[in-house]
Every structure is written in structure tokens, then in C-alpha cells.
Design a protein around this ligand. Structure first.
Ligand SMILES: O=C(O)[C@H](O)[C@@H](O)[C@H](O)[C@H](O)COP(=O)(O)O
Length: 238
């Protein structure tokens, strides 16, 4: 696990963009494509915009294939859609429809999860291993839609599962920890004082995945990098 601490989120995002593009170059050179899973929420939006603005000519973006670590169970044109957020931010890259694998939220939640799992398995074949999975962190220590107290935390059968969030009365479709842990590289983007307690608990508290789900993320053969700002790191002891 590598902790990268920056003075602010802009510096962190610049560094993640460079790290991502370097991984993409290597992967495209080695296997002819780069398979990435995007995080949702607000933190990564600036990263996607930066990639489109400053890195458009650094790699052959037609060889990049985008999936989503989780998706809100809404239409793709709904303001909460991670698909809408990411594709809007990266619009200048003119990505082809076939490069972006969105969750089919027109299906019922359980079928949407099964369908997305099928889509991932079809893309990867036997060995489902993303080159990079980007993850955010909630202030309750959730990541993707692995929320405290939800059944998905104990799911080791599926690669993708529907999650019902009782408090918000909404569904999410999320990659499971076993799928994320098959990735070659995982990068967390975590910024702001509001995440400091969650980050400290995840990295320094006792292991309790029901309270701190992001503790589940330990890639079997990969590396986890944290890209954080000083505000998010402010409660770490060392
Ligand atoms: O769909 C989502 O919302 C994300 O996948 C979720 O896991 C997010 O990464 C965290 O909630 C942090 O969100 P912010 O970046 O908005 O703080």
C-alpha cells in the first residue's frame, strides 16, 4: 500500500492523472488495451476533466475501456448517474459508445447487477483483472457501494451485486470486494477534512469491515495507492 499525500486535491489529481496515463501506456503497449473502472461521486470529476483537457494526445484513447465500480440505480441522464458525470467530464475525448460499459439500469436492480457481471466476464474472458480500479471513499468509510452494514460486504460469489441502502431508500449496483481485489492496481482518491476520520480508521483502527468496508480492499496480486490531500491525512498518526 502506498500513501501519496499532497497539499491539496488539485495536486493529487494532477499526480493521479500522470499515474493513470503511465499505466495506460504500459498496458496498451503490452496487451493492446487499458481496462479501467471509474469511481463515481464528486472527487474524480476533476480528474476526468483534466484527462480530457491535458492528456488527450498522450495515449490512444480508443484503446481504453471504461467500466464503473458502482452506479446509482437511476437513468443514464439522471443528475446522480456516475455514467453521466464521467462521460460529460470526458466528452472532449470523443469516446466511442463501445468503449464505455454502462450499467443497464432499465433492468430491475438484481438483473442489472447480473447483466453487468456478464458484460465484464465477456470483456475479460477467464481472467477478470482490471488494469486500474479508481475508488473514492465516503465519510462513513464506504467505497464503491460497499456500505457499512450491507450484505454485499460478505458476498464472495458475485462480481457485481445490487445493494439496497435502507437509509436513503435507493438501490446501487456495485462491484464486490472480490472483483476489486482481482485488479492489478487500485487507486483511492480521497480529499478533504470530512474524510479524515474514515481514513484514519481504515488505515489505523482495528480490522472491522462492517464498520470500515474500505478495509476489504486488498488486491491479491496488485497494489493499492492512496492519493490524498493533507486535509484528509490530518488524523493519521504517522
Ligand atoms: O457512486 C458513488 O458515490 C461512489 O462510487 C462512492 O463510493 C464515492 O466514491 C464516495 O461516496 C465518495 O464520494 P465523493 O467523492 O463525492 O466524496
Amino acid at each position: 500500500m502506498k500513501l501519496n499525500i499532497y497539499k491539496d486535491s488539485d495536486a493529487a489529481i494532477q499526480s493521479i492523472a500522470t499515474y493513470l496515463v503511465d499505466l495506460a501506456k504500459k498496458s496498451i503497449a503490452e496487451k493492446g488495451r487499458f481496462d479501467i473502472s471509474l469511481s463515481g461521486g464528486s472527487s474524480p470529476k476533476k480528474l476526468y476533466e483534466l484527462l480530457a483537457k491535458n492528456f488527450a494526445s498522450d495515449i490512444d484513447w480508443t484503446k481504453v475501456f471504461f467500466f464503473f465500480g458502482d452506479e446509482r440505480y437511476v437513468a443514464h441522464d439522471h443528475p446522480d448517474s456516475n455514467y453521466l458525470m464521467a462521460t460529460t467530464a470526458m466528452a472532449p475525448l470523443n469516446l466511442g459508445e463501445a468503449q464505455i460499459f454502462k450499467v443497464d439500469t432499465s433492468l430491475d436492480p438484481e438483473s442489472a447487477a447480473l447483466d453487468y457481471e456478464k458484460c465484464i466476464k465477456k470483456h475479460f474472458g477467464e481472467n477478470v483483472a482490471f488494469d486500474l480500479i479508481l475508488l473514492g471513499l465516503g465519510d462513513d468509510a464506504h467505497t464503491a457501494s460497499l456500505f457499512p452494514g450491507t450484505d454485499i460486504l460478505f458476498n464472495d460469489e458475485n462480481l457485481v451485486k445490487d445493494v439496497y441502502l435502507k437509509d436513503k431508500e435507493v438501490y446501487r449496483i456495485s462491484m464486490t470486494a472480490p472483483l476489486i481485489n482481482q485488479a492489478k492496481n487500485v487507486a483511492f482518491l480521497t480529499f478533504g477534512e470530512g474524510k479524515a476520520n474514515a481514513l484514519q480508521a481504515i488505515l489505523e483502527a482495528e480490522k472491522d469491515i462492517t464498520k470500515y468496508p474500505a478495509q476489504l480492499i486488498k488486491p491479491l496480486n496488485g497494489e493499492v495507492q492512496w492519493f490524498i490531500d493533507e486535509a484528509a491525512a490530518s488524523k493519521l498518526s504517522n
